[in-house]
Design a protein around this ligand. Structure first.
Ligand SMILES: Nc1ncnc2c1ncn2[C@@H]1O[C@H](COP(=O)(O)OP(=O)(O)OP(=O)(O)O)[C@@H](O)[C@H]1O
Ligand SMILES: [Mg+2]
Length: 475
């Protein structure tokens, strides 16, 4: 499919150059010289992406945006400006422009931005038109990634969805196991019925049996009434047993029985009740190893592993990273009700090279954090400094927890500042100072004031550190 790009610029030669570059890359182009022609072009053509000069002859390009969006609500607008002042960027972003190019326009950057804008438009159109042809496309609608490894996953999801077999999803933490389970349920004939999630690692061993199978009144001192277990709650629907590898051998045996007989026995009861439940299990452990170690029953494993789905780690399908970045920046923009922020090519490259041991979840969190840190219109490598320049420190530190804590702290701080209506001109510096100053003080104390040691621990340049120390007046 070929996309149409409208070039609205009053500069003749720039219009020609841009149009030639875009044609060569396979886009159809339409040109407009002023506000009037721009509106006409938008009315008469089906435009996917437009490049809009901020000074469009006699009119202000920004002022046009509203009328353009009224006529064509899905068009992705890329603003072109001679001088990228923050204020213009903010104004553009407020009006939900997709991105921003500064003159002189770099060809690579142009093509990259247009391509991303075009695919974003494509997604929006698909979503709004709801033209999902079959389960597989639906699965892809929410899971992104076009790598061969993920294509296989989508196919298995599609096939698993229409069968009623037990599925075992395997993959490292954060690879999307729960998302896959949800998609299987949503695309299955049981989709209108409950989808019940049980995190087997989060329930205390003494409660797991009653949680899964329920109990009758009097089964425990605290059991004042009958209680339905998750299996009964999931009746006619799907139960998702997350981290199934964490179940005790004892509970594993009871689960095996449910799988064989499709019957449960509430704690304290002698009756069995039949349940009609589809089972999807997930684990981030190598269950084969657990079988060897005798911590997982092999008969249960074979019962669960009827349809296996292996989710590859993100670092083995790096080509999916740009699509995921795009998904998350759009999603958070929507969630936080802010305009979508662009991301520089260099940043995408760096993020693509990163190892992502926490997989998609880590990437998702990194983007959330970066959006909080980013004060401009573009995500840059510096907004990901925490992960990109992370020094190899004590690996026992639980980075994910630390990240989450930092993130919520930041969110609080920034929201407070934004709501305080004080002078926000130096938001980036203010927020950085909140974290940077105490961080330096603590590390310097730890190194007895030794700056080179401190800079090593911090993973920043020594000169940068000493310059920052001066700013904060730390000795
Ligand atoms: N291919 C994908 N496309 C879009 N979002 C994804 C994809 N894979 C994972 N995610 C998102 O990443 C996050 C982590 O996914 P999920 O919770 O399903 O992983 P998990 O394997 O269950 O992780 P954990 O082992 O930590 O529980 C979720 O927010 C999920 O929506
Ligand atoms: Mg999970």
């Amino acid at each position: 499919m070929s996309y149409s790009v409208l070039i609205a610029d009053d500069d003749n030669s720039l219009r020609q150059v841009l149009s030639a570059a875009l044609n060569k890359a396979g886009y159809n182009t339409v040109k407009a010289r002023n506000g009037k022609e721009t509106i006409e072009c938008i009315q008469e053509n089906e435009i996917d992406v437009m490049l809009l000069d901020i000074f469009l002859g006699d009119v202000d390009g920004l002022e046009l945006i509203e009328s353009i969006q009224e006529i064509n609500p899905t068009v992705a607008i890329i603003i072109i400006t001679g001088h990228g002042t923050t204020q213009t960027a903010i104004e553009a972003a407020k009006r939900r422009a997709y991105g921003y190019l500064t003159k002189p326009i770099d060809r690579e950057e142009l093509l990259d931005l247009v391509e991303r804008a075009a695919s974003a438009v494509n997604i929006t159109k698909e979503e709004t038109e709801g033209t999902q042809e079959n389960e597989q496309i639906d699965a892809q609608g929410r899971m992104v990634g076009k790598s061969p490894a993920m294509q296989v996953v989508y196919q298995v999801i599609g096939r698993a969805a229409v069968s009623d077999e037990t599925v075992l999803i395997m993959g490292e933490s954060g690879t999307g196991k729960e998302l896959v389970a949800e998609l299987i349920h949503k695309n299955s004939p049981r989709s209108e019925n409950p989808f019940i999630v049980v995190d087997c690692s989060a329930i205390s061993p003494s409660l797991i049996e009653s949680t899964l199978f329920g109990h009758v009144k009097g089964a425990y001192t605290d059991a004042h009434a009958d209680r339905k277990g998750k299996f009964e709650q999931a009746d006619s629907g799907t139960i998702f047993l997350d981290e199934v590898g964490e179940l005790s051998i004892d509970v594993q045996m009871k689960l095996l029985r449910v799988l064989q007989e499709r019957e449960i026995e509430p704690v304290g009861s002698n009756d069995t009740r039949s349940v009609n439940v589809r089972i999807i299990a997930a684990t981030n452990q190598k269950l084969e190893t657990s079988i060897t170690d005798k911590t997982f029953r092999d008969d249960l494993y074979y019962r669960l592993n009827v349809v296996p789905i292996s989710l590859p780690p993100l670092r083995e399908r790096r080509e999916d990273i740009p699509d995921l970045i795009d998904l998350f920046t759009s999603r958070f923009a929507q969630e936080y009700q802010i305009p979508k922020i662009g991301i520089s090519t260099e940043t995408i490259d760096k993020l693509t090279e990163h190892e992502w041991h926490g997989n998609v979840r880590e990437l998702e969190n990194a983007i959330k954090r970066a959006l909080v840190m980013c004060s401009g219109q573009m995500l840059l490598p510096e907004h990901f400094a925490e992960i990109l320049d992370k020094p190899v420190l004590d690996s026992n530190v639980n980075n994910q927890d630390l990240d989450l804590q930092m993130q919520s702290l930041l969110q609080m701080q920034v929201t407070q500042l934004l709501e305080s209506e004080m002078d926000l001109g130096h938001l980036y510096a203010k927020i950085t100072a909140v974290f940077e100053k105490p961080l330096f003080e603590i590390v310097l104390e730890y190194t007895d004031g030794n700056q080179s040691k401190a800079s090593e621990i911090l993973g920043i340049n020594r000169n940068t550190l000493s310059a920052r120390l001066k700013v904060y007046d730390i000795k």
